[in-house]
Structure formats: C-alpha cells, structure tokens
Design a protein around this ligand. Structure first.
Ligand code: MN3
Length: 207
C-alpha cells in the first residue's frame, strides 16, 4: 500500500477566488500534488525499511542517507509533496494583512519591519529563474527567521531550515489566470496568506 496520500484541501477549490482561481487550484491539487505523491511513493519502494519508516521531514533533512540513484527522486517528489501540503495550509480565504505577535516580532528583528520583508519576498521570489519557491524559514542555528528561494521542489529542510511560509512560483500555480504575469500573481497571493498558520509553525519550530 502506498504510504502517502494526497491530503485534502482545508477549503473549497473556489475559496481563494478572485486571487487564485478554482480551476488552477483543482488542477494544482489533483494533478500536480497527486503526481508528487505518486512519485514519492514510487521512490520510497526502493529504500530500506529504516528510510521508508522515517518521517518525511526527517528524510528530507537526511538526503545524504538516501542512495544516490533515488536521491534526486526523493528530493523532487518528497519536496513537492511536503511543499504543497504546507502551501495549501499557509493560504486561506480572507487571509492577508499583517501578522501580529511573535511572527511580527521575528520579521521585525530579521528584516527591520513587515514592509521591508514583503518587498524582499515579493522581489526575490518574482526573480526566481524558471521554477521554484520563495520561503520564509526559521533557522534553528541562528534562532531567527530568514528569507530563501529554492529551485524546483527542493525543500528548505534539505538545508536544515524549517519552512514557515512558502510561495509556489511554478507556472502551473498561476498560468491559467495570470499567464506570464508572475508579479500580479504574487501581489494577489498576499491577500490569501494565513498568518495564523505561520504563527503555529514558528511556535513549533522554536519549541
Ligand atoms: Mn506547485
């Protein structure tokens, strides 16, 4: 039996309209996320029982233990599985605005204010060449939040960083509604950010 299953969305496909359209959400979830799920399950088949039973987030931060012939597949499909699971949950209808509490404090400390953070995230995620993700992450070494871009589906966890808020800028995430206008998609996405979820992830990361 396949170990991983496509997780349910926490809202309806049309819930993020008009910022992200229902058709994009449905294809993104049922085709793309499903493909990463299937790819991860296939890659796991050739791993040892120890690695098969490892929690995915641990596996992604221990890729050096994965045999070289399947490492790329685990990185890509495992990262894709985890990234999209995080992505659906770090969005919500009527989201957006500015975070409060400990997320605001962490962002202020690392970026000198929310406006600076939003500008950097928007600009650097928009500038990713080809496919990838922009991330707000927690760095357990420095105990600070940081911004990072990652290529393709490679998870921030592969660098020992804990993902807090991710934005998928693969064309499949926006092309139907925004065509080539990635900056318009990013601007719209800020309206659906679920800061409560980011707050939860930060608390867990710091614990
Ligand atoms: Mn995607």
């Amino acid at each position: 039996m396949a170990k991983y299953e496509l997780p349910k969305l926490p809202y309806a496909y049309n819930a993020l309209e008009p910022h992200i359209d229902a058709q994009t959400m449905e294809i993104h979830h049922t085709k793309h996320h499903q493909a990463y799920t299937n790819g991860l399950n296939t890659a796991l088949e050739s791993l040892s029982a120890e690695l098969q039973n490892m929690e995915l987030i641990k596996l992604l931060s221990s890729l050096d233990k994965v045999p070289e012939n399947v490492r790329g597949a685990v990185n890509f499909h495992g990262g894709g599985y985890d990234n999209h699971t995080l992505f659906w949950n770090n969005m919500k209808p009527n989201g957006g605005g500015e975070p409060g509490g400990s997320v605001a404090d962490a962002i202020n400390s690392s970026f000198g204010g929310f406006a600076n953070f939003k500008e950097k995230f928007t600009k650097d995620t928009g500038a990713i060449q080809g496919s990838g993700w922009g991330w707000l992450v927690y760095n357990p070494q420095s105990k600070k939040v940081e911004f990072i871009t990652m290529p393709n589906q490679t998870s921030p966890r592969t660098k020992g960083l804990i993902p807090l808020l991710g934005l998928d800028v693969w064309e499949h995430a926006y092309y139907l509604k925004y065509q080539n206008r990635r900056p318009d998609y990013i601007a719209a996405w800020w309206n659906v950010v679920n800061w409560d979820e980011v707050d939860k992830r930060l608390s867990k990361a710091k614990a």
